[in-house]
Design a protein around this ligand. Structure first.
Ligand SMILES: Nc1ncnc2c1ncn2[C@@H]1O[C@H](COP(=O)(O)OP(=O)(O)OP(=O)(O)O)[C@@H](O)[C@H]1O
Length: 476
């Protein structure tokens, strides 16, 4: 048969079917039509050995986007990229890469434990409601995924396979999601996109210590089942301490980037009382790091009330006596015991995967109850820049791994206290024509100056001690 004849014949068959369907719709009453459709579907299911499950995009009374649908969408994204012929592309949440997904009415095959199955995606288009004046073109499209498998594999598909798809899909979403940096003003969190570029590779730290910290973090992130088995909250406390500019904040950003967690920067001085604190802590999501910076400045946490604090409280008392409404009185009632109890108790109840990180410049000022092991699982000291840390900074900033000036810098670093932040400032390239040597010499000058200053200070201290001794004991 010629192709032209074949198309003519197919055309006439299609036209006849359409005509019959139109007649059927017109002349059979609705009830009867329904019955016929129901029975014909039953008949088909007797001979058709496949089972189909539909997952709609919007479900429930409030028409929330279904979690199962999003998980399937993520799960299928990689399969669609390799199998589907028609793909949809969109800019990903990180605004950099294109994300591909299968287009409507595409089908991809999958295999699980040797069993073959198929996923198809489609959409229903419902009639727009006439009384709605503004009409979004997409609002009447109802998308769905349809899973088809042989009925003999029913148990495996409904049990293990769907569980597997949900888990994989969620894991992909966590990996690709846009992370957030939350800050609190009073008892509310607000957030911005978290895009700090710090990583452990760029963090200048003794390589051995760095390795231990990374291992500790990764072990924690995989220990969900362990924490569940021993009946403890899946949380871990870190105390980072060291002088300003030694990389405490940078390390926290690197931790968040390593684990893919959100960051909650908890400003305790903005929290009025324990009730607000409880609310804030409950609202933090799983897979997050809660950071309390400069904990020594959040006065009630040290356990030792400073004079300034007592003054403030006396003033509050005076204001109360003067009839000022209680809620207007600015008094920081967040207590050390309140915070520790919340951390210990609250998260055990609301599930987990949270790190809590405290930072301080003065570890010796903290109440021992706050820092004892168990509450703070790991203490990390970030200190002045050593030679290994310097080499990493030189590689990051100047792209050099050796230089004839490295020897002198190594010697000077042994005698001088300089923070990685100060070293970075000297190594920061100002323009392309300036050579690495210029930056290294600038660093050497700073190191020599710092060495001279500390020598003078030591001499001054010694003189002061001498004069103190002479004043107190010369009369004896
Ligand atoms: N160990 C480090 N490795 C790489 N860069 C560092 C390191 N320490 C400091 N820096 C650089 O110095 C800057 C300041 O460091 P950072 O804010 O992390 O210090 P900090 O210890 O948190 O200081 P503070 O106690 O004042 O908050 C950072 O932007 C970073 O570029």
């Amino acid at each position: 048969m010629k192709p032209g004849d074949m198309f003519a014949r197919i055309g006439s068959i299609v036209a006849s079917v359409m005509f019959l369907w139109a007649m059927f719709k017109q002349f059979f009453p609705y009830q009867l039509r329904n019955q016929i459709e129901k029975h014909s579907q039953r008949l088909v299911s007797l001979v058709y050995p496949y089972i189909q499950i539909t997952f709609h995009e919007f479900a429930g009374e409030r028409l929330m986007r279904s979690e199962a649908y999003s998980a399937i969408e993520n799960y299928l994204s990689s399969k669609a990229a390799t199998q589907a012929k028609r793909l949809k592309a969109d800019i990903g949440k990180n605004n950099q890469s294109l994300v591909l997904s299968m287009d409507d009415h595409e089908e991809v095959a999958d295999e699980f434990n040797g069993v073959k199955l198929w996923w198809a995606c489609g959409k229903h288009i419902s009639k727009p409601q006439s009384n709605v004046s503004f009409h979004h073109p997409m609002s009447d499209e109802k998308r769905y995924y349809k899973l088809t498998f042989h009925k003999r594999n029913r148990d495996m598909m409904l049990g293990t396979y769907l569980d597997y798809v949900m888990k994989e899909g969620k894991a992909i979403r966590v990996k690709n999601r846009q992370r957030r940096l939350y800050t609190n003003s009073g008892s509310y969190w607000s957030h911005v996109v978290f895009e700090h570029p710090a990583t452990f590779q760029t963090l200048a730290l003794d390589p051995e210590e760095k390795g231990m910290i990374i291992e500790d973090l990764i072990t924690f992130s995989k220990a969900g089942q362990f924490y569940a088995r021993i009946g403890r909250a899946w949380k871990r406390g870190y105390l980072l301490y060291g002088p300003p500019g030694t990389g405490k904040s940078t390390m926290i950003a690197a931790m968040a980037n390593l684990l893919g967690y959100d960051l909650y920067d908890l400003e305790l001085t903005a929290v009025k009382d324990n009730t607000e604190l409880r609310k804030l802590l409950i609202e933090t999501s799983s897979k997050s790091i809660i950071v309390i910076e400069d904990i020594d400045c959040s006065l009630d946490l040290t356990g030792q009330r400073s004079k300034k604090k007592e003054e403030e409280q006396k003033q509050d008392q005076r204001q109360k006596q003067q009839g000022v409404q209680e809620r207007e009185v600015r008094s920081n009632q967040v207590t050390l015991s309140g915070l520790l109890n919340f951390i210990d108790g609250l998260w055990s109840a609301c599930g987990g995967e949270r790190l809590i990180v405290f930072t301080t410049n003065y570890v010796e000022k903290l109440d021992p109850a706050l820092v004892r092991k168990g509450r703070m699982d790991k203490h990390i000291e970030l200190s002045y820049c050593g030679y290994e840390a310097f080499k990493l900074l030189a590689k990051n900033y100047l792209n050099i791994e050796s230089h004839h000036l490295f020897g002198s810098i190594c010697e000077l670093l042994k005698e001088t206290k300089i923070t990685p932040a100060e070293v970075s400032e000297h190594l920061m390239p100002k323009n392309a024509s300036v050579k690495a040597e210029f930056h290294l010499r600038s660093l050497i000058q700073a190191l020599e100056l710092a060495r001279e200053e500390s020598r003078l200070k030591a001499e001054e201290d010694a003189t002061k001690q001498d004069s103190h001794y002479t004043q107190n004991y010369s009369s004896d």
